[in-house]
Design a protein around this ligand. Structure first.
Ligand SMILES: [Zn+2]
Length: 301
């Protein structure tokens, strides 16, 4: 169970995983949040589009179709293995599905059969539409499969989930057949392998040189999550690990904790760290910046 990733965090997580990311139109503000809940998030759902052609598929997923307004997912994964972000918030992709399946995803257990449609999946799952006709004959190119693995792994890493948090639409909603052409168990096996590696491993999806990867922070350290992350009062294990580092640097203003919920004690402790580094005024306001974060050396979970 987790707070939805901000747009910046989503982009960063995907790029860190070596993916090519396209930010389509006004995707950062495109959602259906007025129609229902968005979050807490529990997993990632994989679909096929039943379309061909990148441009038209991306437009369709952004706009929706008559009777089903967009966004129809959060991202589209094309045949070249590139990701097109089309929605940030509630999206029309999962529909009503089986609450027992949701329970299993939350517990990261084996999935039961999906034989009920009693639970709103659009509140609980990120959705990725993969361009494929879904006829059982349209091939799944290597680069596209690799991108599906990496998109799933990127989001699982960001939330500290395992591969069992990734399901197919066909495992959620009775009557659905997508994605068709590979088994979800084989996909989860690959996601598990990927999660055992560092996000930047293997370069780019298409076998290129992997530009756009996250760069050079020592791999065992938590990369700077972006200033927005802290303005959103995060509830994340990253905050606990940050707090522990602040304590060992002698900067603790904690009465209790540190814990995962960002509090005023975190801000004060971080401000003490910034002062220790020689910052003052606005630069020591207790909101982490990239340089002070790098020097704090927060370990990765
Ligand atoms: Zn679907």
């Amino acid at each position: 169970m987790a707070k939805p990733l901000s747009a910046d965090r989503m982009v960063k997580a995907l790029k860190d995983e070596g993916l090519t990311v396209h930010e389509h139109r006004n995707w950062r503000r495109h959602h259906r949040n007025a129609k229902g809940a968005w979050g807490p998030l529990n997993g990632v759902m994989i679909h096929h589009t039943v379309t061909s052609g990148t441009e038209s598929s991306v437009e369709l997923c952004y706009n929706g179709r008559s009777g089903l307004p967009g966004p129809l997912c959060h991202g589209v994964i094309d045949k070249q293995g590139e990701v097109w972000l089309v929605g940030n918030g509630r999206a029309n992709h999962a529909g009503l599905g089986d609450g027992d399946v949701l329970d299993a995803v939350v517990g990261e257990r084996n999935l039961p059969a999906d034989n009920q449609a009693d639970t709103d999946g659009n509140a609980r799952f990120y959705g990725f539409e993969c361009i494929n006709l879904g006829d059982g004959e349209d091939p799944w190119p290597k680069a596209q499969m690799e991108a599906i693995v990496r998109v799933s792994a990127a989001i699982c890493r960001a939330h500290e989930w395992n591969e069992r948090s990734v399901i197919g639409h066909k495992e959620w909603q009775p009557g659905k057949t997508d994605p068709r052409g590979f088994t979800m168990d084989s996909l989860r096996g690959r996601i598990k392998d990927r999660l055992g590696k560092k996000p930047g491993d293997g370069g780019g999806v298409g076998g290129g040189d992997g530009d756009g990867g996250g760069g050079k922070p020592a791999p065992e350290l938590e990369p700077f999550p972006g200033a927005d992350f802290f303005h959103d009062r995060p509830d994340s294990p990253v905050i606990t690990r940050m707090g522990k580092r602040l304590v060992s640097e002698g900067c603790s203003h904690y009465e209790i904790g540190p814990g995962p919920q960002w509090t005023e004690a975190d801000r004060q402790s971080y401000a003490a760290w910034q002062r220790k580094l020689g910052y003052s005024g606005q630069d020591a306001d207790g909101i982490p910046g990239p340089e002070s974060w790098k020097r704090l050396r927060v370990p990765k979970g």
